[in-house]
Ligand binder design. Structure first.
Ligand code: ADP
Length: 228
């Protein structure tokens, strides 16, 4: 089942001499449950694509759908609701609130949305991420890997249609990077979570089901990998 579709997506920043075409007429389709790695050199348009998919920014041209939502038609309020409910964004830096415990950081988007979290699902996520013992800690009491796991738990709790990760291991050592990728794979397998991951690390990209290479704002190659 298709969960994401882009048709002729173009994104231009600036005007005149400062004009940059970050994405140039990109078509893309991703199925539910896929684990997709996006690779490409710096400045090729990877983060721009992720921001558009996450409803953080709008394309200059083209259309994109996540499930049945057509993103370019959203007004600012619906775009904010879309971002909160349909996508989980994970960055290199974890964007946790320093004064809130791990538990409250994970629950925050739900509380802001006046939703009641599913306690069983909450327990399942924190246990599978190994964060059960740390729920009452503040972010400053955690390692980088644990902070990133908290950010992942926060995203997963919402059961987003898409989990979008921009270099999520860019700030971590090899051991913690490995663990974070294992967590993302686990959420992909056991929760059928669709994951789109930007990475410059070839080894990490090879863990995905599919590798999309972007160059100069275009898809240069799109390869499915056999699993197992
Ligand atoms: P990547 O993530 O592959 O490094 P980006 O998507 O960040 O690439 O950037 C693609 C191109 O768009 C680059 O030339 C970059 O300088 C430009 N760009 C990205 N964001 C902006 C912005 N907000 N304003 C102007 N140019 C931008």
């Amino acid at each position: 089942m298709e969960i994401l579709k882009c048709e002729g997506i173009t994104k231009v920043y600036g005007t005149g001499e400062n004009k940059v075409t970050a994405l140039n007429n990109v078509d893309l389709s991703i199925d539910k449950g896929e684990f997709v790695a996006i690779v490409g050199s710096s400045g090729s348009g990877k983060s721009t694509l992720l921001h558009l998919l996450g409803g953080v920014d709008k394309p200059t041209d083209g259309k994109m759908w996540v499930e049945d939502t057509e993103l370019s038609t959203l007004n600012p309020t619906s775009a904010a609701i879309f971002r909160r409910r349909k996508v989980g964004l994970i960055y290199q830096f974890y964007n946790l609130i320093p004064t809130l415990t791990v538990r409250r950081n994970i629950l925050l988007p739900m509380l802001l949305d006046k939703r009641k979290p599913d306690q069983d699902y909450f327990n399942q996520i924190v246990e599978s991420l190994g964060m059960k013992e740390k729920l009452d800690c503040l972010p400053s009491q955690l390692s980088g890997g644990q902070q990133q796991r908290t950010a992942i738990a926060r995203s997963l709790l919402y059961r987003p249609a898409l989990l979008l990760a921009d270099e999520p291991t860019g700030n971590l050592d090899q051991k913690n990077s490995r663990e974070i990728i294992e967590m993302l794979k686990l959420s992909n397998k056991s929760l059928k979570q669709t994951v789109v991951l930007i990475t410059h690390d070839e080894k990490i990209a090879l863990e995905a089901d599919r590798i999309i290479t972007i160059e100069d704002g275009k898809i240069l190659s799109d390869k499915k990998l056999g699993r197992g």
